[in-house]
Design a protein around this ligand. Structure first.
Ligand SMILES: C[S@@+](CC[C@H](N)C(=O)[O-])C[C@H]1O[C@@H](n2cnc3c(N)ncnc32)[C@H](O)[C@@H]1O
Length: 250
């Protein structure tokens, strides 16, 4: 069997979350539209000389992308999906690492156990799609902040997007997306407030570029109706929700 055919066969045996470009136009068959998410998180295109920590890396799309963008050192961490009770394994990460001949380091560690003592400090910390999975989101942000020297990149589910005052919505049991690991979603004022309180001097919303249009009431209503068919939750529950990305600078 040829090299490429063998590669595709091995790749297809893995249950992928991320869609990772490998070589020769091959992309891992993940259920996540990772390239679109990359645009949304606005990962700096030039990471030369930077150290990068990926908290909740899963198959490692963003770690491998940081390597492509020239980062000097990258540490991919996860627990829930690598060997915990989560939705996957580390098979995808290991496979992509081998095929990409990657130098990305990896460490099996729960997000809440991350600290300067356990992992060191990094110029850039990626905290993507993790915040709403934590029972204590402020503690989770504190953990990420404690190991971040320059830039913290956060991508998360948001709620209460119609409120100006800081607020955070709790999802009891599996009431959001039928997933009991979804706990909390802040609004923009709460997110900015928490990050300022954790010592970040500047906090920018990098996605959506114009949130007042993207998350205007008519758009949220349409998205919420779509969510009814996707089983995301009731109209009342999802109508003020959306995904957003933030860059917080020291
Ligand atoms: C929605 S996925 C996001 C994956 C990737 N960061 C991305 O944005 O595409 C959530 C990730 O957070 C990880 N995760 C959830 N809870 C965690 C915890 N307590 N400690 C470490 N990782 C956790 C999961 O294993 C999974 O990799």
């Amino acid at each position: 069997m040829g090299g490429q055919e063998d590669l595709i066969k091995r790749m297809k045996e893995i249950d992928w979350f991320h869609s990772i470009p490998l070589k020769g136009g091959i992309v891992t068959p993940g259920r996540d539209d990772s390239m679109s998410k990359l645009k949304q998180v606005c990962l700096p295109e030039d990471l030369s000389g930077k150290s990068v920590l990926d908290i909740g890396a899963w198959d490692g799309f963003f770690s491998f992308q940081a390597e492509r963008n020239g980062a000097e050192r990258i540490l991919a961490t996860d627990h829930y999906c690598w060997s915990g009770p989560g939705w996957g394994t580390n098979e995808g990460f290991k496979f992509a690492h081998e095929v990409l001949d990657s130098k990305v380091e990896d460490l099996e560690i729960d997000a809440m156990d991350i600290s300067p003592e356990t992992v060191g400090e990094f110029d850039v910390v990626m905290f993507l799609g993790v915040l709403y999975h934590l029972q204590d989101p402020m503690a989770g942000l504190r953990v990420a902040a404690s190991v971040c020297k320059e830039l913290l990149i956060i991508e998360t589910l948001m709620d209460d997007l119609h409120r100006w005052k800081p607020s955070m919505v709790y999802f009891p049991s599996d009431s959001y997306n039928k997933d009991s690991t979804n706990y909390w979603a802040p609004n923009v004022a709460a997110m900015k407030g928490m990050l300022h309180d954790l010592g970040f001097s500047r906090v920018e919303v990098v996605f959506p570029k114009n949130r007042f249009i993207r998350y205007s009431l008519p758009v949220r209503i349409l998205s919420s109706i779509k969510g009814l068919f996707e089983g995301r939750g009731s109209f009342r529950q999802t109508v003020h929700q959306g995904r957003m990305s933030f860059h917080a600078y020291r």
